[in-house]
Design a protein around this ligand. Structure first.
Ligand code: SF4
Ligand code: SF4
Length: 170
């Protein structure tokens, strides 16, 4: 994690604040404030100046991305396997929603020493877009963000600052 936001400290803070920030996000979804997306964008841009994913990699260590079939095909080819070989070795279908997900964490493509992704250029779109904070349907994702708070320091920092900003303005 970065110099100002140590990972373990943030994870502890996320556990303490999850309920409170979850309530804040729920209220925000009911209020639908004007200029919300602009505010999120500004805050997120600032947060990424302070958070270095290469010092964290917590999402790749503790969560699974969802894979499109076309992404599985591309990654399997890249590592010299067939689609079926790759699927059998690394993937499964999520019983809850039918998504294609990893069998295990950390992800098979994470270098645990350097925190780098070995398929970075062709990583799933779910990985490249994570934590998906700059979404037009931000207010439809509040449950997802509340869940991600405890895994992703960038999400925690963004939602904390958003709460502060919205409280100041209300
Ligand atoms: S594919 Fe790469 S970016 Fe995605 S979870 Fe695995 S290591 Fe992380
Ligand atoms: S996206 Fe979040 S959890 Fe993943 S490496 Fe970056 S800060 Fe860490």
């Amino acid at each position: 994690m970065n110099k100002t936001l140590p990972l373990q400290q943030l994870i502890r803070r996320a556990h303490q604040k999850k309920k409170h920030l979850g309530e804040f996000l729920k209220k925000l979804a009911r209020r639908k404030p004007a200029h919300l997306l602009k505010e999120v964008k500004q805050i997120e841009t600032q947060v990424w100046k302070e958070v270095d994913c290469l010092e964290c990699s917590n999402c790749c260590r503790t969560m699974t991305p969802t894979f499109k079939k076309s992404e599985v095909k591309k990654i399997a080819e890249h590592v010299g396997m067939t689609y079926d070989q790759y699927f059998k070795k690394y993937l499964k279908i999520d019983e809850d929603n039918g998504d294609i997900v990893n069998q295990n964490q950390p992800c098979q493509h994470l270098n645990l020493r350097t925190n780098k992704c070995s398929v970075y250029a062709i990583r799933p779109i779910d990985c490249s877009g994570f934590p998906h904070l700059k979404r037009k349907d931000f207010l439809d994702q509040t449950k997802v963000y509340t869940n991600n708070l405890q895994y992703c320091p960038a999400t925690l920092a963004t939602i904390e600052r958003l709460e502060k900003a919205m409280t100041t303005k209300s």
